[in-house]
Unconditional design. Structure first.
Length: 620
């Protein structure tokens, strides 16, 4: 009897211990694996059939999740990275649901597919560098400030095609100069800026096609310059001709006319007096046998060409065909090239030669600080190395930033150029202030970066306020913080607020919006993109709304925030639209809070003025 009782007692104690151990295991936090880090929303994916939160009145059909080519690889291929190497991928790891929506932004699928290919190459370089830490022979070709070819000696020629390689793309103020002589035996010649050829493409995209038709013998043809673009998917775009008779289009690119007025006027006069052959074509910048110097610049809004010192044409950038994509210059037709020079190209700093890396590195956030006061997310592109370094050496040196009260992070999509990605990865590891995006950096995908900034400011580096700005903007952080002290921290949109604006319906305009994209005649209030601040509650609403697919994706990122805030106002609380004219979105004015379109030299000049003169004066 005693043995039987003892056996029952032992079995009972064992059951109690097993139950207790199971309960403790359920309560104990589990260590997050690399897979869990990059798949934080897997449970949400499984339960998406259940509506979460209030649906928008304007949304009749909730977008569903779709498979996107390359997305699985982008989120499943990080397991070999060390934990400290994951810092540039914190926001990346939270964006899977955003990228697989059926209502995705234009070019999302292409941006992801190309990013997967770029990431595969970059990851291979990371792994090789880790194995042979001191052997950099695999990536010995650096981003050069300039490349040139004289007398065709270093140009790669094939039949009538000549190519000058551009190592790391173009940036604002990059230029390509050709000194050449037209050959009248052919009708003309073409200068083309070509991009990198995709895996499935038979020919590379043409970012700029500059086609010159010569006047011919005895000026028997009307001379003209035709500009256009070409892609494998869409073919030729809409051509722009100069001179363009009867055109009433007064749109300018970087403040410059699309076609030289003197050339247009002279051409019109010549058509009315065709018998005067000596005068006909006299003002056209190209002629048979005459040496010319043509410089094509990359501006903020488009390309513009100067021939023999005179501005002749401008051409606005087109979607998916931005200057950072340019990988070479191709010349066809009747043209004898004397020399070619590309200069002002993007160059990364040699981190090993930077003496003050620690003072430029993102400071640690104090452990006792539960929440930042402000997170500043900066839009940047992979090859804008100089812009980022200028910000690190200027307004990112404010005491509030260096003490960890304010955090600054650059949000950058992957580049199609492997050297740019490798330099960017080294920069991210050195300064710890870069957040890479799992897509290629197309203009139409900027809205995804805005959401990523909100993710960073609510889930990863929680902040009371979240600010978005650009890498060519100078931000007076002290004035931003002083202004925020006087504001109610709930439901805030602070910046240069547009209260009455309408969608652009001109298809040739960069900001064109169709009635399908936005059927209403006006936009809700929004703040201009170079710089604005939102409160944490709005940022949290934006993140949750997109994770639950209850908010509309919209390709104009600053207007999109205004659209989302309108829904916040309907569902949560009233919104404070605080307009401050000291946010300058198109330059600099004295007593600025934010100055836009500032190149690296001007950014450093503004900082020097503040340090020495203690005045917010602009630099010429």
């Amino acid at each position: 009897m005693k043995k039987w009782t003892g056996g029952v007692l032992i079995i009972g104690l064992t059951c109690v211990l097993l139950f207790s151990y199971s309960f403790i295991q359920q309560k104990q936090p589990q260590k997050q694996s690399a897979y869990q880090f990059f798949h934080p929303d897997d449970d949400k994916i499984a339960n998406f059939s259940k509506p979460v939160g209030e649906k928008l009145e304007t949304l009749t059909i909730k977008p569903h999740l779709v498979d996107v080519d390359g997305l699985d690889y982008l989120f499943n291929s990080t397991h070999t990275l060390k934990r400290e190497e994951l810092k540039p991928l914190l926001a990346w790891g939270q964006m899977r649901l955003l990228l697989s929506r059926s209502d995705s932004l234009p070019e999302t699928a292409q941006g992801i597919k190309e990013a997967a290919a770029a990431w595969k190459v970059l990851k291979s370089e990371i792994d090789e560098t880790r194995v042979s830490k001191f052997d950099h022979s695999t990536m010995d070709k650096n981003c050069s400030f300039s490349v040139s070819a004289v007398n065709g000696s270093s140009l790669v020629a094939s039949n009538d095609t000549v190519i000058l390689a551009i190592p790391c793309g173009l940036i604002v103020d990059s230029s390509v100069t050709l000194i050449a002589i037209p050959d009248g035996n052919q009708d003309g010649f073409q200068i083309e800026f070509v991009g990198s050829q995709g895996k499935d493409e038979t020919d590379p995209p043409v970012v700029l096609h500059y086609n010159v038709v010569l006047p011919g013998d005895n000026f028997t043809k009307e001379p003209v310059i035709v500009q256009n673009t070409w892609t494998y998917e869409s073919g030729w775009g809409k051509e722009e001709r100069c001179p363009n008779h009867g055109s009433s289009n007064n749109v300018k690119v970087d403040g410059l006319v699309k076609c030289n007025e003197q050339l247009t006027r002279t051409s019109t006069e010549e058509k009315s007096n065709v018998s005067d052959h000596n005068h006909m074509g006299s003002n056209f910048p190209f002629s048979d046998g005459s040496l010319f110097a043509a410089t094509i610049w990359a501006g903020k809004e488009g390309f513009y060409a100067t021939i023999n010192g005179r501005h002749e044409t401008s051409f606005a950038y087109r979607e998916k065909l931005e200057p950072w994509l340019v990988s070479g210059v191709r010349v066809k037709g009747g043209l004898r090239i004397i020399s070619t020079l590309a200069t002002g190209l993007p160059v990364s700093e040699d981190i090993d030669m930077v003496m003050n890396v620690e003072s430029l590195k993102a400071p640690l956030i104090p452990k006792q600080s539960k929440r930042l006061l402000l997170l500043i997310g900066v839009f940047s592109s992979g090859n804008n190395f100089k812009r980022r370094m200028a910000l690190r050496r200027s307004w990112m040196q404010y005491d509030a930033v260096r003490s960890g009260v304010v955090a600054v992070r650059f949000f950058i999509g992957l580049h199609k150029n492997k050297q740019v990605n490798y330099e960017l990865w080294k920069e991210a590891q050195a300064y710890e202030d870069v957040q890479l995006m799992p897509f290629v950096d197309y203009y139409s995908l900027l809205t995804l970066k805005t959401i990523a900034i909100c993710i960073m400011g609510t889930k990863i580096l929680p902040a009371k306020y979240i600010m978005k700005t650009d890498d060519d903007a100078f931000v007076r952080v002290d004035e931003i913080l002083a202004s925020l002290k006087t504001k109610n921290p709930d439901g805030l949109l602070y910046g240069q607020v547009s209260l009455d604006s309408k969608p652009q319906r001109d298809k040739d305009n960069k900001w064109y919006i169709s009635t399908e994209e936005w059927p209403e005649d006006s936009y809700p209030p929004w703040a201009h993109g170079p710089g604005y601040v939102i409160s944490r509650d709005i940022a949290k609403f934006i993140v949750q709304g997109h994770q639950q697919r209850n908010l509309k994706l919209f390709k104009l990122e600053d207007v999109a925030v205004g659209i989302w805030i309108q829904q916040f106002k309907k569902q949560i609380r009233e919104v404070q639209y605080v307009n401050d004219e000291r946010f300058h979105n198109s330059g600099c004015e004295p007593n600025y809070i934010l100055a836009h379109y500032q190149n690296p030299r001007m950014v450093l000049c503004l900082w020097e003025k503040l340090q020495k003169e203690h005045k917010p004066d602009c630099c010429d």
